[in-house]
Design a protein around this ligand. Structure first.
Ligand code: PEP
Ligand code: CO
Length: 446
């Protein structure tokens, strides 16, 4: 890789980075994290790349989901297990409905840094740095909390390790055994309007498993049944750099803090620092694209990030919004196609559909989210390029942050259990309803 180093991004303009008091201290923290063991391995990264290549050919479907931002405070057993449960249940619905294997990727174990539209925030005449995620500073509106603290990167690395350790333990035994679908059930789904449909599906899977066991004399549940991969927005470049290393007997450099980092919309400048960093790592990478992204810019990005046509290397996640997807997506798909490179397309139906209520609460309407997804399937079908996956913000908790869904969350309900510091997430039930929708949509397209 010509002229590339884990820190060569420093020679480019880096958007969305905080102003630290001391760069020496930042360097000290980066050095500290670099000494610690990696969170993921190069062979896991290679396996994911292979699975993403299959998704690009339409042979698998990607489910990528989790919080908009993880917080250090909610690094606890219930939050992690519930998030895993909802992702597993969704993937089960997708496998069953789409008749495809699913690639499961969490937006977790590192999703701690957020892009902000303003560097500063003013309240009652006092101006302080914006909250940029727990990796950088704290949400409380005080001088001390908002001062960027480089040691939070080390805390973030540790929290990521704790999260991943628990996820790995859960998915490697028992918890994911398809004979124990009841383990995955979250209590409050019992009263859900979706429960009957889900239960019918679970019963049918149970029957198929018993049938297979009788025929094969084997027990599929004994297999290591589930692969789970991690991802986060690779926004805060000193943190990404810290775990970027060479690996014995492998070519090139790996970011070993996550399997699958992505570049957000606001930092996807082909000449910027983020693209410079991402071009040099061996991981599969994704870029969020949407309105405002010209065909020419997309082609330049593909050139830099995907110079050889290596299947699985590049995923494009479009996030246009239900009102704009028909206008923007076909052009983006054609621009990518004109490069001759294979890319995997996923749809993020969340970020183009964010609105504020009259009271200034950030929300998303479930009908807009499904509306965008529905159009995405149609546009991809027309353009002859598979829609290979879904990227969403969700939680396993019964929050009320998005409006609509089977239980009819309304604007008034947003006040009852709104916990997100940043973007509104689908709750457990809305997430499952979305999976049923996608399964039906893809089943119908067969
Ligand atoms: C996000 O994924 O939380 C995000 C900020 O998205 P985007 O880059 O698409 O705006
Ligand atoms: Co978000």
């Amino acid at each position: 890789m010509q002229d590339w180093r884990p820190d060569s991004w420093k020679s480019r303009p880096a958007a969305q980075q905080p102003a630290y008091r001391s760069e020496d201290e930042v360097a000290q923290v980066v050095e500290e994290i670099a000494k610690l063991p990696p969170l993921v391995t190069s062979w896991e990264i290679g396996a994911l790349k292979g699975q993403l290549a299959e998704a690009a050919r339409g042979e698998r479907f990607v489910l990528q989901g989790g919080d908009c931002a993880e917080s250090f405070a909610s690094c606890d057993s219930a939050t992690i297990a519930n998030k895993l449960k909802v992702l597993l249940q969704m993937s089960l619905v997708l496998v069953h409905g789409c008749r495809k294997r699913v690639v499961r990727i969490g937006r977790f174990a590192g999703q701690y840094a957020k892009p902000r539209s303003e560097d500063l925030e003013t309240r009652d005449g006092i101006t302080l740095p914006s909250y940029r995620g727990d990796l950088i500073n704290r949400p409380e509106f005080t001088e001390e909390a908002r001062q960027p603290d480089p040691w939070l990167m080390l805390r973030g690395y540790e929290r990521a390790a704790l999260t991943l350790n628990f996820v790995r333990a859960l998915v490697s035994r028992g918890f994911v055994d398809p004979h124990r679908l009841d383990y995955w059930n979250l209590d409050w789904v019992k009263g859900s309007a979706m429960a009957a449909e889900y239960r019918r599906m679970a019963d049918s899977i149970g029957e198929s498993l018993r049938f297979m066991e009788n025929i094969l004399g084997a027990h599929p549940g004994e297999l290591n049944w589930v692969d789970f991969f991690t991802s986060h927005e690779g926004l805060h470049l000193p943190y990404e750099q810290a775990q970027t290393r060479r690996v014995p007997r492998q070519e090139g450099w790996y970011n070993l803090s996550t399997h699958f980092p992505w570049i957000g919309m606001r930092t996807a400048d082909p000449e910027g620092a983020h693209v410079e960093y991402f071009r040099g790592i061996q991981n599969p990478v994704a870029v969020k694209v949407g309105p405002g992204f010209s065909a020419d810019r997309l082609r330049r990005l593909i050139d830099v990030l995907h110079p050889v046509d290596e299947p699985g290397r590049l995923t494009l996640i479009h996030r246009c919004g239900t009102e704009r997807i028909a206008r923007y997506l076909p052009e983006l798909i054609r621009a990518a196609r004109s490069t001759g490179k294979t890319v995997l397309w996923c749809c993020d139906p969340m970020h183009g559909n964010t609105r504020s209520t009259a009271d200034g609460i950030k929300t998303r309407y479930f009908v807009d989210i499904l509306g965008e997804l529905d159009q995405a399937f149609e546009i991809h079908r027309t353009e002859g390029v598979p829609l290979g996956g879904l990227h969403i913000e969700l939680t396993g908790e019964a929050v009320t942050e998005c409006i609509g869904g089977a239980r009819g969350v309304n604007e008034e309900d947003l006040k009852t259990d709104y916990r997100s510091q940043l973007d509104p997430r689908l709750n457990y039930e809305q997430a499952l309803e979305m999976a049923l929708f996608v399964a039906r949509r893809m089943g119908a397209g067969r």
